[in-house]
Write a protein that binds this ligand. Structure first.
Ligand code: PLP
Length: 236
């Protein structure tokens, strides 16, 4: 068990290089501009030291899914000047704390969360928080994400609120569907959002197993964890 917690620096750089090459290939196949695609390395459950090693390899964007882990890690690595992305389910009462260290929140899926941003005193103390609206691609409400039918009204709500900037949509491919077809549905939802909010064209999708399919369907923000970091240490 201990061995799996040890970080092998050459292996890390090799895994990162493999993912970067895979991204470059998919971008070329899709005929897209590499500058449109941002790689976010999801470092959840990993020690802050891994973030430092990744930064030395040129990683500038980190993703985390639990506030209690992410906050101290972001603080310890504040000198890196990295961009922190929150990708996990978020409780409204934590929204304000997360906003203090994450410039981007990918998992906004309900009005109460948006209201938590508005009800803040000192709403101007941060630069605008960039947000993605998370789509639920399943019929299971516990998976997180707004249902297809609720998307437009959530967009309207976000646009009415100062201090947050809508970037686009985010999704996780369901386990029981081909990623490519799930991502095509996200692309269609993205077009609906852009019809209401012309600047909100970003698409956050694609993980270790499906980032190439995501790129082919227009992903602009990839959230890749284990393919780069190796197996995650057991939580807790
Ligand atoms: C963990 C996680 C990822 C990264 O998953 P991998 O399969 O390790 O690449 C991406 N997005 C979200 C929302 C996650 O929770």
């Amino acid at each position: 068990m201990t061995a799996s917690l040890m970080v092998d620096a050459p292996a890390l750089s090799e895994r990162l290089a493999v993912v970067r090459a895979g991204i470059a290939d998919a971008v070329a196949t899709a005929g897209r501009d590499p500058a449109e695609v941002t790689l976010i390395v999801v470092t959840k459950f990993q020690p802050a030291s891994l973030g430092r090693e990744l930064a030395a390899l040129g990683v500038r964007d980190f993703g985390e899914n639990r506030h209690q882990d992410a906050q101290p890690k972001a603080a310890e690595l504040a000198d890196l000047g990295a961009t922190w992305h929150f990708v996990g389910q978020l409780q409204s009462k934590k929204a304000r704390q997360v906003r203090a260290y994450c410039r981007v929140i990918h998992s906004v899926d309900r009005e109460s969360l948006i209201d938590a941003f508005t009800s803040e005193a000192g709403v101007n103390e941060h630069p605008p928080t960039e947000i993605f609206l998370q789509l639920n691609l399943t019929d299971d409400p516990s998976r997180g994400g707004v249902s297809d039918s609720g998307l437009e009204s959530l967009v309207e709500r976000v646009l009415a609120v100062p201090g947050i900037a809508l970037r686009g949509v985010m999704a996780v491919a369901p386990l029981d569907e081909e990623p490519r077809s799930a991502f095509a549905r996200v692309r269609a939802a993205s077009e609906r959002v852009a019809a209401l909010a012309p600047d909100a064209t970003a698409i956050s999708m694609g993980m270790s197993g499906d980032y190439a399919e995501a790129i082919l369907e227009g992903a602009t923000h990839l959230r890749v964890g284990s393919a780069i970091t190796g197996n995650r240490p057991v939580a807790g």
